[in-house]
Each structure stands twice: as structure tokens, then as C-alpha cells.
Design a binder for this molecule. Sequence first.
Ligand code: MN
Length: 291
Amino acid sequence: MLRPSRTLPADGPVLDLLAPRVADVGMAVARLLPSARRRAIGPWVFVDHFGPVSTEAPIEVPPHPHTGLSTVTWLFEGSGFHRDSLGSAQALRVGEVAWMTAGHGIAHSEVMPAGRLHGVQLWVALPPDQRDRPPSFEHHADLPAFAVPGAEGTVFAGSLGGVTAPVTTHTPLVGADLRIEGEAVFPTDPTWEHGLLGVEGQVTVDGPVPSGHLAYLGVGRPWVRIRGSGRVILLGGPPYPEPLLLWWNFVVGDASALERARSDWDAHSPRFGPVAHPGPASRLEAPPLPR
Ligand code: MN
């Protein structure tokens, strides 16, 4: 049976560059988390970076389930359309956040039209006492933009330097899209872990953070100083408080909860519910559980 992964934080500031690996989600994407060396950065447990590409056909992710986490797709270019088993049907544009909290269970689908596409898909593990909360979905088109010396940006989840996103989250965290030009210093909580995804250009934090790489910055930083010219995603939060069990699309508390989530999806249980996804009926089937 699958063993939970320890997600121990570093005991101080570090610069550990996590290289992308190719994953297939209906298109080739660069997966940064989970990685062999690191399972999480604070509550952030999944980071996929897709594009920039020009696609010739729509990208379709058919209905599939989630438990125990929140998902967010954050676009730099392109657009998407989200549908879920709560009845949500929501267009997603650049600069908007669609925040889906699975809790005990939800199913959803996503479609990205043909054309330019560039963005990230991120997951946040719910804290243990919120893992089985009712599912919910929020969309926000009006997010706080800010400018400081050397940078401008948008906070799309949690708080950074007193700028707070209107998204309902169940654990302290930060998710921010930053454009750096020169040198910028961001106040951070030294008890939190932080990470920086290089999106475009050339920036350094202690050392270079190449585009397409995820720098794990450890804990113990009262500020994060970023230099250079480029675009980055800053992620952070308190280290996850217990060993993390993430398998396929599920964050769960133990192996029996994982087996139950998988068999409930197999059995078309109302726990996940139908998604009004257009076109031929299709759904993603769960892979076999590891032995
Ligand atoms: Mn999903």
C-alpha cells in the first residue's frame, strides 16, 4: 500500500532548484510538484506549468474527481471553461481566479480553446480538519494588483505584504504573480516555506531561478529578495502539519480513505456527482492503486 510522504521543511533558507519533468494531461505539461526531492511547499502540493504554446485543437480534460484539496488554474495567456458537479459553469480569463475546493468530493472538467495558451495549475492540500468539508467553487475577476519598487504583481490567493486576495482559503498561504524589473523585496513569514516558479525572463534569489524551474526557498526568511527581469509565481505557507497522502487526484488521511475515494468514483457515487460536460459522455478512470 502507498506510504504517506514526509514533507519536512528545510531547517533554514535554502535554494533547491527543482527541474520540470514532462507529464501528459491531454497535452504535454511541465510538472514541478510533486517531485522526487520535494512533495510540497507549505500547503501547495501540485504545480503544473503549461505552455507557452499555440494549440491547433481545444485541450479537453474530461470529468474527474478530487478530494481533500483546492485547485486553481492561473492563466498568463489564453482562456478556459470550468464545469463542476456543483453546477458551476464558468469562463476563465487571464487575471481571474477560479478556486475549487473539493473537500469531501467534487468532479469537474476543463476545456481550453485552440490558440495561445500559457498558465499554471496548482493544488493546495486542505488542512486535516477541513479535508472532508463540503465542496465549493469561487470565481473572482477583481484581484488586488500592487506595485512596489522593482515589481508589480497580483495576489491570487492568500496574502503578500498586506495585500490579500478575496479568495476563501482554509489555510494561511500566498500565491502571487510577480513581474520583476530590477530588485524587489517582499516581506514574508519566516515560519513559512516558500517557492518561486520561474515563468519568463531571468531572475535570481540567492542564485539564478531559470524559467521553467521551481526554486524551493526553505523556511526562515523574513523577506524574499528577487532581482532581474522576468515573471515569477511566488508560493508559500506553513509546512504541512502531517505526512501527506496524495495519490492521483486525491488528498486523503489514510489508506482506507484513499480506497474509498477511488471506489466511490468507480461506482459513480453521488459523492462526486455528474458534470454537465458537453459532447460525448466521457470521464477519467482512476489508475489501479499501487501495491
Ligand atoms: Mn482537476
